[in-house]
Design a protein around this ligand. Structure first.
Ligand code: ADP
Length: 632
């Protein structure tokens, strides 16, 4: 090691050079000699030594000048770091020791010195310089590492910042600056809570305080971009410890704006779908593979009468009978069966049976695995009722055609029978008992003729001649016809008319026929007497009908003024089973009845664009409610 090191000895004293050479070589170093400052300089530049020993006092350039030149003159740059020892015989005051040390001088050695002393100083200087260069090397290494990490932090794809104990930014990396559009310097020294949006300041502060208590945390906040846009950051913040104390925090954040926007979009889409599902009139129920209910929309609540929250996680079998469930999910696993547009009966709200049209569709997840079933259904009870009504009208129409043919064919021969019977009657002696038989024939023929007339008027109804009439006038004539019967049967008749009742726009005779039929039926129902009430009041309505669930649905769109006529009796009443049939032609429960009265009533009222409803309780009575138009 030593033999590789060269020591340049500069002294104008040849004895000194010689002695120095002996000591240095003996200690194992290589030796170079120069007898003046200038020579020494040239030699040092030419063959850079590992150490220079300079005599302080030399003619021309002295040791101090030599050293000053070495460390300050650019010319000596390559050898500037070579350690230097100055030999001096002068007293301390004369030599500017402090200044030279400040310039980097390694050591002074006072003349005269002993052999060991010189070598000790030389060895020491080498040890020092070795340490210095090692230190320098290490420092450079540290600096390089520091640069590397700084570079890494600056260019990291994450947003990195540090805060001191007072929540002020100490450092923010480039990515944080570019992400927020702020200049780095905008943030240094400012408070963390100033970066985040006002709404999130509290959250940010809470997490900062938690971190200052030594705990890491992860949270999300919104920060404002310079351009006013909102940026969502997910921040992982950790305490920085020094000697067991938290002195601040380091945070790594990620820009999650895109994810957040996507998340918001998904939420909006979900809300959109949800609102469609909730607002549609149809019921929609989804179940999982164990038949547990996973969603139940407003439509389903309305139709079935269950609150959604009471059905969640219940099984389908908990709310419907096993049979109903089987029918609903029939063939659900058979891909060849159509699961659309089927119909069945279900218990609706209040337990009343309702008709539903329904479709069942298997539900799959994103990976096409079956996860459940979607059941959508519609309450078609009203449609069913309308279908029944249409069927009734159809039946009425075809009955009409049939009846008209029959009536026509029968009336001619009947007329013949009557004429012959009357002729025969005239020819038989008045006291002959057979005359009674003939007059019975005539009476029966008359009855048949009356019936045929009814059939005929039913079959070939004329168009109503609508004019404005007072309702009371129409009814008065009917009452006149009924008075005798009411009295003899012991029926108490009560009528009441609203003072503002408008004129009704109807065919006088047809409406009279309606009330004749209704009165006759009522009197038939009260053979032992009772009470018959008639009332009339104005009614502004859009002509609605009430379905089984008590819900009204419009059958005409326009609201208009009607006369509402209510006729109620306290008679035998009509059983629920018969109630659906009373308007059908030929439906009768009377031995002598034709079953045409109410079907004619029904047709006249519909032709007047009015309405007729009936309510009845067996043993209590029956109430007919009519709406008659007051407009043309
Ligand atoms: P008819 O009177 O010839 O039987 P309708 O069509 O007028 O024919 O009546 C049909 C059926 O409706 C009657 O047979 C009766 O059973 C029932 N009905 C009608 N009105 C009443 C009423 N006010 N009270 C009880 N039952 C009635």
């Amino acid at each position: 090691m030593k033999e590789n090191r060269t020591i340049l000895f500069v002294d104008d004293d040849p004895d000194m050079l010689e002695i120095g050479g002996i000591i240095i070589r003996k200690a194992g170093y290589k030796f170079q000699a120069a007898s003046s400052g200038e020579e020494g300089m040239a030699l040092a530049l030419e063959k850079p030594p590992d150490l220079i020993i300079l005599d302080y006092f030399m003619p021309g350039m002295n040791g101090s000048d030599f050293f000053e030149q070495l460390v300050t003159n650019a010319k000596y740059m390559p050898i500037r770091d070579v350690p230097v020892i100055i030999l001096t015989a002068a007293s301390e005051e004369e030599v500017q020791r402090t200044r030279l040390f400040e310039l980097g001088l390694s050591a002074f050695l006072m003349k005269p010195f002993g052999n060991r002393e010189l070598i000790n100083v030389v060895d020491n200087v080498f040890i020092q310089s070795d340490l210095r260069s090692k230190n320098k090397e290490l420092q450079e290494k540290v600096k390089r590492t520091e640069y590397k990490y700084q570079d890494l932090i600056e260019n990291a794809s994450d947003l990195i910042f540090t805060l001191n104990h007072a929540e002020n930014f100490i450092f923010i990396n480039r990515r944080l600056a570019t992400t927020t559009g702020h200049d780095k310097q905008d943030w240094i020294g400012k408070k963390f809570t100033q970066l985040v949006q006002a709404d999130d300041a509290e959250t940010a502060q809470a997490h900062f305080l938690k971190t200052m208590n030594g705990k890491s945390s992860i949270f999300e906040v919104r920060v404002n971009h310079v351009n006013g846009n909102c940026i969502f950051l997910s921040i992982n913040i950790n305490p920085i410890f020094e000697k067991g104390q938290v002195i601040g925090c380091v945070a790594i954040a990620r820009n999650i704006t895109e994810n957040k926007l996507l998340e918001q979009e998904v939420i909006e889409l979900k809300n959109f779908n949800e609102s469609i599902i909730q607002s549609m009139g149809s019921g929609l129920v989804t179940i999982d593979l164990e038949h547990r209910i996973t969603s139940f929309n407003n439509g389903a609540e309305d139709i079935l009468g269950f609150a959604a929250e009471n059905t969640m996680q219940k099984r389908l079998e908990d709310i419907f009978s096993r049979d109903d469930c089987e029918r609903l999910l029939l063939n659900i696993d058979d891909p060849n069966q159509s699961l659309l547009n089927r119909e069945m009966q279900l218990p609706g709200r209040n337990g009343e049976a309702i008709f539903v049209g329904f479709s069942v569709t298997p539900r799959y997840d994103a990976r096409k695995r079956r996860v459940g079933t979607i059941i959508s259904f519609k309450d078609i009870t009203q449609i069913r009722q309308m279908q029944v009504e249409i069927q009734r009208m159809d039946r009425l129409a075809s009955m009409g055609v049939l009846a008209s043919g029959i009536a026509h064919e029968i009336r001619n021969p009947l007329a013949g029978i009557k004429t012959i019977a009357q002729t025969l009657e005239e020819e038989i002696e008045p006291d002959d008992t057979r005359r009674e038989y003939v007059s019975r024939i005539v009476r029966q023929v008359n009855r048949m003729d009356d019936l045929l007339k009814t059939i005929f008027s039913y079959a070939k109804p004329r168009q109503p001649q609508r004019k404005f009439h007072r309702f009371q006038e129409i009814v008065q004539e009917v009452i006149a016809l009924m008075e005798n019967r009411m009295r003899s049967q012991g029926v108490n008749y009560v009528e009441s008319y609203h003072k503002d009742l408008a004129l009704i726009c109807v065919d006088f005779y047809q409406i009279q026929q309606v009330f004749v039929n209704l009165f006759l039926n009522a009197l038939d129902a009260m053979p032992e007497g009772g009470e018959l009430r008639l009332s009339a009041q104005p009614q502004m309505t859009a002509l609605t009908r009430v379905d089984r669930r008590g819900q009204a649905f419009p059958i005409r769109n326009r609201t208009a003024m009607y006369a509402e006529i209510v006729l109620s009796d306290s008679g035998s009443g009509i059983s629920p089973g018969e109630l659906n049939s009373i308007f059908n032609p030929f439906f009768t429960t009377k031995p002598q009845g034709s079953g045409l009265g109410l079907s004619i009533v029904y047709r006249i009222i519909t032709e007047h664009e009015g309405d007729i409803q009936v309510e009845s309780r067996v043993g209590e009575g029956t109430e007919f409610k009519l709406l008659l138009p007051t407009e043309e």
